[in-house]
Design a protein. Structure first.
Length: 139
């Protein structure tokens, strides 16, 4: 199954770059950092008719935290650039898994305000729909 670390390594390949990248925890947050977390909100797992053995796709819910600068304008611009990169990604291979599509949960990055140090943050939530380890094409 796809891991947060797999997604983090893929995020590093996007055209927009951060200075620091983290998976699972963003400790001692530094400016211009990206954190990759599991999506906290529930989403359903789809099982094919015939059960789990017949299911050829899996999903990975992701919450991408953009922890940028004290500037709302610069943080928003960085978040929009990452959002555009994800939109343009098509069907990448992440962690050896072929992605069928990436489902963005909102139509733009979510403004979550500033942290305790005044650094502005945005979140991009998405679900990665990918082929199981058999690598078989799905319809």
């Amino acid at each position: 199954m796809m891991t947060l670390e797999n997604v983090l390594e893929w995020i590093k390949t996007l055209p927009t770059k951060a200075n620091y990248y983290y998976a699972g925890a963003l400790l001692k947050k530094k400016e211009q950092s990206i954190g990759v977390y599991g999506l906290r909100t529930a989403y359903s797992r789809e099982i094919a008719v015939g059960g789990a053995g017949c299911t050829k796709t899996l999903t990975k819910g992701i919450s991408l935290l953009i922890h940028w600068t004290p500037s709302t304008r610069l943080t928003e611009a960085a978040a929009q650039a990452f959002y555009a990169d994800i939109c343009a990604a098509g069907r990448p291979v992440i962690g050896g898994y072929q992605v069928n599509y990436i489902e963005l949960r909102q139509n733009e990055p979510i403004d979550v305000g500033a942290d305790d140090d005044g650094i502005q943050e945005r979140v991009i939530e998405f679900i990665i729909h990918y082929q199981d380890s058999k690598g078989e094409e799905t319809t």
